[in-house]
Ligand binder design. Structure first.
Ligand code: RM4
Ligand code: MN
Ligand code: MN
Length: 424
């Protein structure tokens, strides 16, 4: 289904007066408000094709109704999100969960919704029907050459799917590792993995990037072969200029200082992509900003600072994606909340007075430095984010409009109450 333009216009008219009152104050008190607005309008966050249905844990999955049954319906759902918030104009595909059987048709369909293809994701963490060798003991790290070769070929096939769709990057997340001491020779596992990545790298078109994602644990619980940002940086440095590290917020050990990791990776020119989610414990994949919004702001603060230092384009020079699992919420509502949290934190980071912060740092004024950061974090910039939506023709209150239009009910009517999407 599509959201009619006049539905959005009516909604924006109804809430326009209150919005203008709230906005006026911000515009009058923030000198750079217009600049921030333009950056917000340009910012797009990719939606993963595997997160449009209900997710689950290994204990169960409680599917909702109206889930997309194929790639076309997933694109339709992202189209809905994008028309509501104007910031979800990209999709990230996981192969083989979402193989585009007819890439030309899929590409055209996405274009109709204003959606482009962000990073492609390979999958060597599950065995697929008909697959010759098992990944039970890893893929690129595997002790057997034929298993490694199969994983390499899969990744090259994913690159080819991506080329047909106009994607420009490949994200590799490996579940490789070991569950028990003694199971693996760490150096050998590293070398096999590096060799595999090098072969994949050599199949990469010149204008592509390869993003090496790390994760501390799960599904392996003793060691992970790309376990942290140091290991990922080692691989991406050895691979070359087209290789970067990808940070997924849920992939660290508890209390890791992710903002510092981000700052140093940017300093090295090696941060290429980002997966947003939130967590209390590990890779919980909860709604962005739902547990630790201050940490999200601090991370954005370093992203803005570090990208500006390298004169990077915030919207174009990084792969931004949500990587969450929606186990108890309507996936589309959850995604709307996540995108909102991302934009609010981004706006707050743009608000930080960098000149004053630098002066406070240089005089060791710890108190003032904290005040500067917290002043930005505690400023309610939601009206500015809403204004950026208004200016691109999206809704002032995407979640409110989603509910008042009864979108989920309509999706259930057309797709049925017992559908299940491919994905996690
Ligand atoms: C992993 C990781 C990857 C994602 C898979 C589904 O934990 O976050 O990015 O593709 O989950
Ligand atoms: Mn991820
Ligand atoms: Mn994850």
């Amino acid at each position: 289904m599509r959201l009619e333009k006049n539905n959005i216009e009516k909604h924006n008219q109804t809430f326009g007066k209150t919005h203008r009152r709230q906005l006026e104050f911000l515009m009058a008190t923030i000198p750079d408000a217009e600049k921030i607005l333009h950056k917000l309008m340009a910012f797009q966050v990719a939606i993963p094709s595997w997160a449009l249905g209900t997710g689950g844990t290994r204990f169960g999955r409680f599917s909702g109704g109206g889930e997309p049954r194929n790639l076309e319906e997933k694109i339709e759902d992202i189209g809905l999100l994008h028309s509501l918030n104007g910031s979800s104009g990209a999709i990230s595909l996981h192969i083989p969960w979402d193989i585009p059987e007819n890439p030309v048709r899929i590409k055209n369909l996405a274009e109709q919704y204003g959606i482009r293809f962000d990073a492609m994701n390979s999958n060597t963490f599950q065995d697929q029907p008909g697959q010759q060798y098992s990944y039970k003991f890893g893929s690129l790290q595997h002790v057997k050459k034929e298993v490694r070769q199969q994983a390499i070929e899969h990744n090259i096939e994913v690159i080819h799917h991506g080329i047909a769709l106009g994607s420009k990057s490949l994200t590799i997340w490996l579940a490789d590792g070991s569950c028990f001491p003694g199971q693996l020779n760490f150096r050998e596992a590293f070398h096999h993995t590096l060799q595999g990545l090098q072969e994949i790298y050599s199949a990469l078109p010149d204008d592509w990037k390869i993003l090496v994602e790390y994760k501390a644990f799960e599904p392996n619980f003793y060691s992970t072969t790309v376990g942290d940002w140091g290991q990922s940086l080692l691989y991406s440095s050895k691979l070359g200029q087209k290789a970067f590290t990808l940070v997924d917020l849920g992939h660290h050990l508890p209390n890791a200082n992710i903002e510092q990791i981000v700052a140093l990776l940017l300093m090295e020119g090696k941060l290429g992509g980002f997966h947003f989610n939130d967590s209390k414990y590990g890779d919980d994949d909860l709604t962005v900003g739902s547990i630790k919004p201050y940490q999200l702001f601090l991370i954005f603060n370093e992203l803005v600072e570090g990208m500006d230092a390298r004169r990077m384009d915030h919207a174009k020079d990084m792969g931004w994606m949500i990587d969450a699992s929606h186990n108890v919420k309507d996936p589309l509502e959850d995604l709307l909340q996540s995108v909102e949290a991302i934009l609010v934190s981004y706006a707050q980071a743009l608000l930080v007075d960098r000149v004053k912060l630098r002066a406070a740092q240089q005089t060791n004024d710890v108190v003032l430095a904290q005040e500067i950061l917290q002043n930005s974090f505690r400023t309610d910039l939601r009206p500015l984010v809403a204004e950026s939506r208004l200016r691109v023709g999206a809704a002032l209150d995407p979640l409110g409009l989603y509910r008042s239009c009864k979108i989920r009910e309509q999706l259930i009517k057309t797709r049925g109450s017992k559908t299940q999407s491919s994905g996690l």
